[in-house]
Ligand binder design. Sequence first.
Ligand code: CIR
Length: 262
Amino acid sequence: MHFTHAILRRPGEHFAEGLTRADEGPPDLDLALSQHARYAEALVTCGLQVEVLAADAEYPDSCFVEDPAIVTEAGALLTRPGAPSRLGEVATLRPVLQRYFGSVSSIAAPGLLDGGDVCDLGGRFLIGLSERTNTEGAGQLSRWLEERGYRSETVDLADHPRLLHLKTGITAIDEGRVVVVPGFPVARLLDGMERIEVEAGEEYAANCIRVNDRVLVAAGYPRLLERLEGLGYRTLPLSMSEFRRMDGGLSCLSLRLNLRRG
Ligand code: CIR
């Protein structure tokens, strides 16, 4: 869970036209931009070098930069996002990732995969099968991971319609510990890991992120905050209201890289 760099993309003028199932009204772009700036500052506080890409007006969901790519210490993979309106985000990210990683692999049709469906448990990966990620996409990712020495397991989210993505419901905050929503599916790779279950009404907060010595959490969810602090974590609460309106959480807003390899 050590990171040295992060890539973000600023929300653009058409942010409110992105996909959403949340029934919370349209986002305020100015407020979203200031929440995004705070998020970038928080990553700097955690010691990361942060690159904020210019907004891409053509793709209203492109600030959710986690979905079009998977980054690991062994390289980067461009996905094929499951929402047709987001497919074009991949081409805009390719040159950026090539700058960091040199060559970059890709998911090929008919595979579909969103980065939000991939949870790194510390070199072991859960891959959610969701409305955005199909078995072909998950299979391609699993082979790509295996070639790099990583184990993975797919988790079917068909019975969990409230989870847009796998990581809507789970975060790894330590090698042996995850934060999950109540009822998160069973998976072999989670055997032996401690599950911190968020309480009813705080489901959104399950998408927190561990960044070096801190845990970034959405502001406004006091019970999870207290629980994490009780376990000795340094937390950094961030207002996320405008991203929540667009179904986005903390993990979706950045690609977090560890470029201090070896
Ligand atoms: C979408 O529906 O694709 C965006 N409005 C939200 C994506 C959130 N991404 C994520 O959870 N990884």
